[in-house]
Design a protein around this ligand. Sequence first.
Ligand code: NAI
Ligand code: MG
Length: 322
Amino acid sequence: MKIAVVEGDGIGREVVPVARQALEVLRPEMSFFPVDVGYAVWEATGSACDDEAMRDLASADAILFGAITTPPDPDYRSVLLQIRHQLDLYANVRPVKGPGFDIVVVRENTEGLYSGIEWTEADRACTVRVVSRRGSRRIARYACGLARGRSQLTVGNKANVLKSDVLFRNICLEEAARAGVPCSTQYIDALALDLLMQPSRYDVIVTTNIFGDILSDIAAYLVGGLGMLPSANIGRRHALFEPVHGSAPDIAGRDIANPVAAVRSAALLLAHTGDAAGALAIEHAIEAVFSRGIKTRDLGGTAGTRAFGEALIGELSRLARR
Ligand code: NAI
Ligand code: MG
């Protein structure tokens, strides 16, 4: 199995190596190859992800991804959006798990307000929010597939205001009825608050692109911040795994970033390849390190990224030898 590794920028370069080591311990047969994408590449070449890099990503069985710093260029088009579009990674899956709650945010990942259809005029700028029947149906089916093995589906939407969300909500309701999944709908603004106040009421939440982006960052509040949340970007042929957080330039290069989100993304990669035991081992190793009081600064601890990583890899090696 060939894994493309994009460290990217900022703390991506610090947290991805820990995630990669975790995979190396658990799956020695995996092979890894680096792909250069991001701000540094943009500075050198004017393009943050060229055709060759895109071909390399497409050739991998899975992609382990860090984060990319957005360059200060008014014409710059987000690399990650480009990758999601080109590899058709239509489902962005973000599990949020803690004591008393087990939530998965399923975010439509190829259209909505991130359609890429936008322009700037003299006195205004426009971005087109595209919600297609096909795009909604496939994300609804994906979410229903997840919810079927669990308990219920909530459709986060703003259908009281947006026609595009009337379509999205209705298709989700249809698909849930067809799949026999208990389903309710909720306006996204009220949902954002209720998710924090009553997280145990939620299971699988499906929503459109930007709402899912915002909702999953908010949900990080439930588990200790952005350093904790992983994500999977899933398509029919390709899959990319990355922390929910960005490149965090404010803390980059200081050995203080929390690598848990990246390591959990590696766990999602393992689960995606059918290795549920490997994914569970990673979760157990994280628990074991935390229970020894080893935590990074964002969680109130004093461990650096490298020290936390070493403790984690130590635990994983012990678990893997059993
Ligand atoms: P961010 O997620 O990088 O950082 C937000 C805040 O959370 C910062 O204070 C940061 O220090 C903290 N934080 C994030 N990850 C952490 C970790 N692992 N451990 C400890 N603290 C952590 O978002 P921000 O600041 O809005 O964006 C920074 C850059 O990243 C921008 O250029 C943005 O465009 C890019 N970005 C890239 C993403 C990607 O490549 N997937 C996603 C989000 C932002
Ligand atoms: Mg985000």
